[in-house]
Each structure stands twice: as structure tokens, then as C-alpha cells.
Design a protein around this ligand. Structure first.
Ligand code: GLA
Length: 729
């Protein structure tokens, strides 16, 4: 059984294939954290194993024996208002203005399978046998409030999910101010914190910083998960590397404001946490109502950061992403954004599509600029009506022509937005996020629609669906191009205004659920000025995300490297674009641009009619190669053999699910005069097996490739290579 309660020892253990997460009942009342790490099958009694001591100048709120102070107990779900003066996971205000909560254990329930989370994306199961769950009921006796801690254990996939449900059983409104999805009071504080930071055009750069005493956290206050930080954090031992050592990952299945971090206290314990950002957040929980937190996904790896990533990849690829396209090979696409920007007409689009067909491309995506009078980014968002000046035969006519050429047709939308210069805004100026009497700041000349309103959500659903039903559209790019400011809604009561950002995300999720389930055959890709909302919440609805607006192959090494810490290659939209690159002006060979983009959901973002014959030949080879190995890349095990952050080169390896094919992709950043050889040792192979390199026909054993490895030099700027090995014995 993955989940056990040992009555005598007062300990709960949650076991996956190779890990254990344990908590227990302290004095039969308080839920304390015991352990998270490598699998342990037997624990002694809680009394004998919990590391705590009497401490001077600390307070014990309750009648605990042995001089125990709450301030040093490792708590499973710490609350505000007692003598634990570290940061709490929960903070609420009650009708009398007090904010003291005392959570006592009431009972628990263990069951097979995993319940969906009301209104929120979450990991799921295909059969109840895959997962066991436990709900721990904690009660605040004075108010009658119940806090249900929910855990699910993916035994085979080696991951544990957590979330919290608050139930108001009392007769007065409870004001929730902070509800973390997960809190883990870990022993020791000698960790490094690894997180993914950035900005537009340089999202999810990996950063590793030593945890110091005090608080270190990353967050978003922007209304979306953001370009700036990702809802993920990892704590690793100092000596943890890609392929060895302890790594503890916390990832949040949520697309709005979040916080993730840790407090290293004065007794060298670490309180790690992840959840909705309490900045600007509040929730009025009326009697009989429930509040469900988003889901946190906890992954522990004893084999380094790489193994942690592979666990996230498997789980998110197979039990978070959904729908027809989850397991299917993605079509190779061409998107016209960088090829034409707003300056296109039907003739131009068809000329690119025709060339694309000759090359072997499978899907044409028409990006921004097809609706209203949108010839620049000043206008028309919200007016989802085709621009017949540009497209005289409408979207339907264009889709038919593209289909006749032999390609699928896809379309760009930015449904959450409204331009001040739009018919929608002129008729509904109150539909955007705003506070009467205050400024309405514009971002990219646009406002955000108020998705806390049902009428606005209905408008989005109806207008997007009308277009989707009017033509043979087989792919949608769902964009979102600004942050929130001056937040407020006309329809929310004054005391509910603090609920806005979370309600917006719930509104968004309900819109996405409706549109994606009504259109099960469409491949959806999410986007937010590139990767401004690349998070597990969006992946539940849309199995891929446009990784970044920066399409330069070298910058993409850093971006895709960081993104791969949590997210699988199948989720990362990656395209070959023109040179000099439009974002950084760099010229890289077409081969390198292709090789880097193939390590994602592959496509092109350039005007094929402008490529010379030599490049066209290379592109044709790339498309053929991707069709052969795309499935291996998307479903295989991914290894970061060299990091562009440290090694001045990126070497990525994928081993297919059936272990028959191994792909190694090597990019050198800058050439070096008379440089040393760089040793690249492969991973994930079978020692005794023999692998044949496709290009040379040379055969090597697995143990050779993993221990002796191969050698390359840093020759030339931006050079790259794809090496494919097939297992022969
Ligand atoms: C965003 C996207 C781009 C493109 C433009 C269109 O920036 O990230 O890929 O779709 O919008 O306006």
C-alpha cells in the first residue's frame, strides 16, 4: 500500500516507488512533518524520532509536554496566530476580527484514485490503481472550520501531489488571507535554491543560489504566472549535480499570482512552501462554502536534478496534459508571424503555404492581424470578425485553400484582451479590468477583459467558438499579451475585490475547459508574449506552449535548458526563424536553428519564399528528420549533458521509451582557438547493449558511451550536430 497509518507509532507514510514522505501526530493533536526523501519502510514511534528540543525565549502556546515550543516543531501545515513565529501556510481572519487558528487532527481517509479539484487543473489518473490518496481532516474547534489536507501518491511515477480544501462549517464569514498549497518543514538549511527567472524574451533562466538564514522566495504579482518567475522551486544539497544528489522540487499547477520559496530559521530548519501569492489576495468564505487551493506537485530525486526533471516530464506529459494531442505526434508547422507580422494578404499567405507544402510542412498557422482593422497592435482585440480587405474569402476560404494545398490550418487568438480602439470596448467599456475613477493603464495598447464576469466569459466562448466552427481550423494559438494593473471589477462587492486575481484565473480555466472540450480535435498551444504563462495550469488545457518570443537559436539554449528543468520537450513550442534574428540580430546557421528547435514542438516562423535553395534543402532534411525522431524526442527520457549556463555549449540527449534510439544534440556557442577536447558522457543507456551511430556506422557499447564517452572541440561559432544511435544488440 503506498499510504499507511501506523497507529502505534502515530506516523503516516506516503511511499512512491523510491521515495517516502512522512508526517505524524504529535500528542495526538498536531500534524507534524517527519520526513521527505529516499524510501524508508519503517519508522519508530514519533516520540523517539522527532528532532526537537526545549529552547529559551520561545513560547509554547499549548499544553505540550517536554517543554516543546511550537516555534521549533516541524509543522505539516503551519497556521498564523500561535507561538510558531515562522511564516505560516495559512492565515485567516474571523468575524470577531481575530486571526488565530488552531488546527487539530480530527481524522483521515485513505482511498484509491484521485479526485479532480473543483474548477482547477490538476494531475489525474487513468485508472484508480495508479494512485492512492489520503485526506487529513484538521479542525479549528472555535470556529468549526475544517482544513482538509489532500495528498495523492503516484507510486510508479514517483511523485506526490498536495492541495488544501478549507470548509466553513461555522455561521460567520471567514476571510482567507493566505493558503499555501504545500508546506514542507525540512531538516537542515544547507541547501541551494534553484528557480527559473527571466523577463520577456529570456524566460526561465536557471539560477542556483545558496539558501541563507531568512526568507528567499520568487513570486508573481502580475496576474499570470509571468515571464519573470516560474511557479517552481527546487532545494538541492550543495553537492547535488545533474546526475547525483538530493533534489526536492515543488511545482504549482496554477497560472496566476504565486509564491514559492523557503524560510531558513535560526535552528537550521527550512520551511519550504508554494501556493497562491498572498500579495493582494483575499477570499471571503461564507458559511457552508469551500475554498480549494491549486495543486502542488512534489518530486524528490536522490539522483540529481536531471532525474527530478524526468519525473516531472513523465507526470506532466502523461497525467497533466490531456486530450487527443497528448500522445500524438505534433504536426510540423509554419507560423507567419516573423515572416510577415501584420503585413499580409491571402496571396502572400498562400505563397508561403505552397512553398511549405513542398518542404514537407504539415500545418500553416495564421498569426495576429486577421481580424477587425488590425494592421498594427493598436486596435481591434475583442472584435473577432475577419478582415475581408486582407482575406477576401474569409477564414473559411483561406482554410479551404490551405487545406487544398495539403496543409492543416491554424489560427491565432488573444481572447482575454480588448483594445480601447475596438467595437467591443466602445459598446462595453465596463468589461475590462478597471476601478472607476482610476487610471486604466495600457499594456501593448490593450486592456484585459474581466474574466470574473460570466457575461464576459460567455462572450469569449461564443466569439471564439463561432470562428472555430466557421472553418476547418485544426490548431489554435491562444495568446495573452499584458500584465494586470489597477485591478478591480464592477460586479464584485467591495469586500470581494481582493478575490479578483484568483477569480480571474478560475474564469479563465472555465473558459478554457469549455472551449477545449467543445473542440476536442483542435491542437491548442498557449502563449503569453512568448513564455509569460508557461505553467502546469495551462498545460492541463493545452499540451504545448510557445516557449519564448526570442527565437534566436543561441538564446534559446538558455531558455529551453531552463524550461526543461520542469517541462517536457513535447510542451515547448520551438521554431526556426530568419537571420539576422529579429530579436538579437545574430546570424546562426540554418542547421543549428533547426537542431535547437527540434528539441521541442517543432516548426518554422519565416518566409519560405525568401530562402535560398541551399537552405531549402537543409530545411527539407530537417522536416524529414523530425518526422522520424519527433516521437522519440517527445516521449523519451531527456538528459542535460552539458549546460549552456556553465559549459559554453549545450549537449542534450534523449533516450527513447523503448531504449532503442538515442539522440544527442550538441551546440557549441563560440569557437575557441586551439581549445581542449570536451568529453561528453552519455546517460540512460544499457551497459551491455551495442549502439550503432547512424552517420558513421561505428558501433559502441553502452558502457563505453557512458564512461569513456565521446569527444568534441569548440570549433566555430554556433555550430551544432545531431548524433543518432540505434541499439543493435
Ligand atoms: C505575442 C506572441 C507572438 C505573436 C504576437 C502577435 O507576442 O508571443 O508569437 O503571436 O504576440 O501579436
Amino acid at each position: 500500500m503506498p499510504i499507511n497509518f501506523y497507529e502505534k507509532e502515530k506516523i503516516f507514510t506516503l511511499n512512491t516507488k523510491s521515495t517516502t514522505y512522512a508526517f505524524g501526530l504529535f500528542e495526538d493533536v498536531f500534524l507534524v512533518h517527519i520526513y521527505w526523501g529516499k524510501r524508508i519502510n519503517k519508522f519508530n514511534s514519533i516520540k523517539n524520532i522527532l528532532p526537537y528540543a526545549e529552547r529559551s525565549f520561545t513560547t509554547a502556546s499549548y499544553d505540550l509536554t517536554g517543554g516543546v515550543t511550537n516555534d521549533t516543531l516541524p509543522m505539516e501545515f503551519p497556521v498564523y496566530g500561535n507561538a510558531d513565529l515562522r511564516g505560516p501556510a495559512f492565515h485567516a481572519e474571523y468575524a470577531d476580527g481575530s486571526a488565530i487558528t488552531k488546527l487539530e487532527y480530527e481524522g483521515h481517509k485513505i482511498y484509491k484514485g484521485k479526485k479532480p479539484l473543483e474548477g482547477l487543473p490538476a494531475t489525474y489518473t487513468e485508472s484508480d490503481d495508479e494512485v492512492e490518496s489520503i485526506e487529513i481532516e484538521l479542525k479549528d474547534k472555535l470556529t468549526g472550520m475544517t482544513v482538509m489536507l489532500q495528498y495523492s501518491v503516484y507510486n510508479e511515477l514517483d511523485a506526490i501531489t498536495r492541495s488544501v480544501r478549507i470548509i466553513n462549517n461555522g455561521s460567520q464569514t471567514i476571510k482567507l488571507k493566505k493558503v499555501m498549497s504545500a508546506n514542507v518543514d525540512m531538516q537542515g538549511c544547507n541547501y541551494d535554491m534553484i528557480h527559473l527567472w527571466g523577463a520577456w524574451g529570456r524566460e526561465r533562466f536557471e539560477e542556483r543560489r545558496p539558501l541563507l538564514h531568512g526568507i528567499m522566495e520568487v513570486d508573481s504579482k502580475r496576474g499570470s504566472s509571468s515571464h519573470h518567475h516560474n511557479p517552481f522551486v527546487c532545494f538541492a544539497d550543495k553537492n547535488t549535480t545533474e546526475n547525483a544528489g538530493n533534489a526536492y522540487g515543488l511545482s504549482l499547477v496554477y497560472s496566476g499570482n504565486f509564491v514559492a520559496g523557503a524560510e531558513a530559521d535560526s535552528f537550521d530548519t527550512t520551511r519550504a512552501y508554494i501556493g497562491i501569492n498572498s500579495f493582494g489576495f483575499g477570499w471571503n468564505l461564507n458559511p457552508e462554502q469551500e475554498f480549494q487551493s491549486p495543486e502542488a506537485v512534489l518530486v524528490y530525486s536522490a539522483k540529481g536534478i536531471g532525474e527530478m526533471s524526468r519525473i516531472y516530464h513523465r507526470l506532466y506529459r502523461t497525467r497533466l496534459c490531456r486530450g487527443k494531442w497528448r500522445d500524438k505526434e505534433r504536426p510540423v508547422l509554419v507560423n507567419n508571424w516573423e515572416a510577415t507580422y501584420f503585413d499580409f494578404n491571402e496571396e502572400k499567405i498562400l505563397s508561403i503555404a505552397e512553398r511549405a507544402k513542398e518542404i514537407g510542412i504539415e500545418l500553416f498557422v495564421l498569426d495576429d492581424g486577421w481580424f477587425g482593422k488590425r494592421n498594427n497592435d493598436n486596435c481591434s482585440l475583442g472584435d473577432w470578425v475577419v478582415n475581408y480587405d486582407k482575406l477576401p474569402h474569409g477564414i473559411d476560404g483561406l482554410a479551404n485553400s490551405v487545406n487544398k494545398i495539403g496543409l492543416k490550418f491554424g489560427l491565432w487568438f488573444e481572447p482575454e484582451m480588448v483594445s480601447p480602439d475596438s467595437d467591443l470596448y466602445r459598446s462595453h467599456p465596463d468589461w475590462c479590468i478597471h476601478v472607476n475613477g482610476r487610471d486604466r493603464s495600457e499594456g501593448r495598447h490593450q486592456y484585459i477583459l474581466d474574466l470574473t464576469r460570466q457575461d464576459v466569459c460567455n462572450y469569449i466562448i461564443e466569439s471564439v467558438n463561432a470562428i472555430l466552427q466557421s472553418a476547418n481550423i485544426e490548431y489554435v494559438k491562444w495568446d495573452m499579451n499584458r500584465n494586470m494593473a489597477e485591478i478591480g471589477s464592477d460586479l464584485l462587492q467591495p469586500e470581494q475585490q481582493c478575490e479578483f486575481t484568483h477569480r480571474y484565473i478560475l474564469g479563465l480555466y472555465s473558459v478554457l475547459e469549455t472551449i477545449t472540450s467543445k473542440n476536442p480535435n483542435i491542437l491548442f498551444e498557449s502563449c503569453s508574449g512568448g513564455g509569460g504563462r508557461f505553467d502546469p495550469g495551462m498545460l492541463y488545457y493545452m499540451p504545448q506552449t510557445w516557449t519564448s518570443d526570442d527565437s534566436d537559436a543561441i538564446e534559446r539554449l538558455y531558455i529551453q535548458h531552463g524550461t526543461s528543468i520542469v517541462y517536457p520537450l513535447s510542451c515547448m513550442g520551438a521554431h526556426v526563424s530568419a537571420v539576422p534574428n529579429h530579436q538579437v540580430g545574430r546570424t546562426t546557421p540554418i542547421s543549428t536553428r533547426g537542431n535547437v528547435a527540434m528539441m521541442g514542438a517543432f516548426g518554422y516562423e519565416l518566409d519560405f519564399t525568401k530562402l535560398n535553395d541551399e537552405d531549402i534543402t537543409v530545411v527539407k532534411e530537417q522536416v524529414t528528420q523530425y518526422k522520424e525522431i519527433g516521437e522519440v524526442l517527445h516521449k523519451g527520457d531527456f538528459y542535460r549533458l552539458k549546460s549552456p549556463m556553465e559549459d559554453k555549449m549545450a549537449v542534450w540527449e534523449v533516450v527513447s521509451e523503448d531504449k532503442q534510439t538515442v539522440v544527442v544534440m550538441f551546440v557549441n556557442i563560440l569557437g575557441e582557438a586551439n581549445g581542449p577536447f570536451v568529453n561528453i558522457r552519455l546517460e540512460g543507456l544499457e551497459d551491455g547493449a551495442v549502439y550503432k551511430e547512424e552517420k558513421t556506422g561505428e558501433e559502441y557499447t553502452g558502457e563505453f558511451l557512458q564512461n569513456m564517452g565521446i569527444y568534441r572541440r569548440r570549433d566555430g561559432d554556433f555550430t551544432s550536430e545531431y548524433i543518432i544511435y540505434k541499439k543493435v544488440v
